[in-house]
Design a protein around this ligand. Structure first.
Ligand code: PXG
Length: 460
């Protein structure tokens, strides 16, 4: 393999990185000892590192590079927009063409009467918008006591103080004084880990009914909204039982609470439809979007809201906004990304070609001795590693085996992540059947190597 030479040698870059760069969600001291892997370029579904290794990125970056890497059209649009109008804001009675065009395009793509967009720079910011917006909405409707937002344990909604509070990650709540007041968490519909002997559908129903119990306990006059990912992503690609979402929708319809679908991962084709809400058959009042909106080529997110919410919010000044709300370069890049998704029928490719092929190969992984279940929706999948498939047993120290498996994947030039002892994938939507076969082959090799290591260590 040829090393790329237009930058400092890997060891020097690693030393500088260790000396000055604090990585997110990382034990930085440990990483400094080990040295970070340096990604230098990418095309299609393939990353290249500073040593010239070619790595299949089965995570699409962080669940975001939906159209794949290296699309010149987006670079050109960004350069053109930077020359024409690199920045202007959308405060103080002004706007600009990219923000107008993108909002209109999103309104066209979003289902039902979700016709209005409040822009943010990321999913975290968009969910912070949602917290303030739903509370303000109810205040404007004369019900200021409706301020509690119900969310779920092991949900991920971002890393800011507000969105981290919405999320249900206990490791995050342990740091920095989260959660903020008036956020309530119910249990997740994670049958494999928490379902015990209850049949899957019965379990899904029971977990959905926890929402009703919480509303009744807290008081309908106190609850503003329920927020959830259509399919949990960062929590481990947890696909809810089929009974779950219809019951959640019934409960949201029955009580006066808003349904927020966090589409940051599920949106823009990942589940085989434009939005995960369509795949799950739900009608949210608000959608959080980011990631696939621009395929990660530029940071942009937002909240899509219904006509009714926009009308209510429009009745007053909403004292909220970000310098980069609707940033013209990011908006222009997002528009070009949506054009590609639409004109190249990338979602049709997920639904009819890549999705069915990946599903078949992915589900067949359950023939491996370590793999208990394999779940997949569109282009997001997970497998549960277990020492005993019949009892769905967990390994003794949760996450240890997942980490070993992830390290084997890395060594085999495959980016497949672990969440505890679940392995997860979320590849670019444009992945071809041949690339899917390579993904599966590397995953199998990595699982075999992991299995051998566990046998050596006496962990099986
Ligand atoms: N909602 C969901 C559903 C997400 O997955 C966010 C909101 C926050 O978006 P921003 O753009 O602020 O990061 C996310 C982000 C992981 C991982 O390790 C997942 C995310 C971000 C970083 C890491 O799986 N999801």
């Amino acid at each position: 393999m040829t090393a790329i030479t237009n930058h400092l040698p890997t060891a020097e870059l690693q030393a500088l990185d260790a000396a000055h760069h604090i990585h997110p969600f990382t034990a930085n001291g440990e990483l400094a000892e080990k040295g970070s892997r340096i990604i230098t370029r990418a095309t299609g579904v393939t990353l290249t590192d500073s040593e010239g290794n070619e790595i299949l990125d089965a995570m699409a970056g962080l669940w975001c590079v939906n159209i794949g890497y290296g699309r010149d059209e987006l670079a050109e649009v960004a350069a053109r927009q930077m020359r024409e109008l690199p920045y202007y804001n959308t405060f103080f009675q002004t706007t600009h063409v990219p923000a107008i065009a993108l909002a209109a395009k999103i309104a066209e793509l979003a289902p039902g009467d979700l016709n209005h967009v409040f822009f943010a720079g990321s999913g975290s910011e968009a969910n912070d918008t949602n917290i303030r917006m739903v509370r303000h909405y109810w205040a404007l409707k004369g019900k200021p006591s409706k301020s509690i937002i119900i969310s779920r344990k092991n949900a991920y909604h971002g890393s800011s103080v507000g969105s981290g509070s919405l999320g249900g990650m206990s490791a995050m709540h342990e740091q920095g004084g989260l959660p903020i007041p008036d956020i309530h968490h119910i249990n997740q519909p994670h049958w494999w880990a928490e379902g015990g002997d209850t049949p899957e559908d019965e379990f899904g129903l029971a977990r959905a009914q926890e929402l009703e119990a919480a509303i009744l306990e807290l008081g309908e006059d106190r609850v503003a909204a329920f927020i959830a990912e259509p399919v949990q992503g960062a929590g481990g690609v947890i696909v809810p039982p089929a009974s779950y979402w219809p019951e959640i929708q019934r409960i949201c319809d029955k009580y006066e609470i808003l349904l927020i679908a966090d589409e940051v991962i599920c949106g823009f084709g990942r589940t085989g439809n434009w939005f995960g809400s369509e795949t799950q058959g739900i009608r949210p009042d608000i959608m959080t979007i980011a990631k696939g909106l621009s395929s990660g080529y530029a940071p942009i997110g937002g909240s899509i809201v219904t006509d009714e919410i926009a009308a209510v919010i429009g009745g007053d000044e909403f004292n909220h906004g970000y310098t980069y709300s609707g940033h013209p370069v990011a908006a222009a890049v997002a528009l070009e990304n949506l054009r590609i998704l639409e004109e190249e029928d990338v979602i049709g490719h997920v639904r009819d070609v890549a999705g069915p092929h990946l599903k078949e190969k992915w589900e067949a992984l359950t023939d491996h001795p370590l793999v208990g279940e394999a779940k997949i929706v569109g282009m997001m999948g997970s497998i549960a590693l277990t020492p005993n498939k019949a009892t769905r047993a967990a390994f003794e120290e949760p996450g240890t085996v997942g980490y070993i498996c992830r390290e084997r994947c890395f060594a085999n030039n495959l980016v497949m992540r672990h969440v505890g002892d679940r392995m997860i994938i979320s590849p670019p939507l444009v992945i071809t059947p041949t690339e899917i076969d390579l993904l599966i082959a590397r995953a199998r090799t990595s699982l075999d190597e992991c299995h051998a290591i566990l046998q050596d260590k006496g962990l099986l």
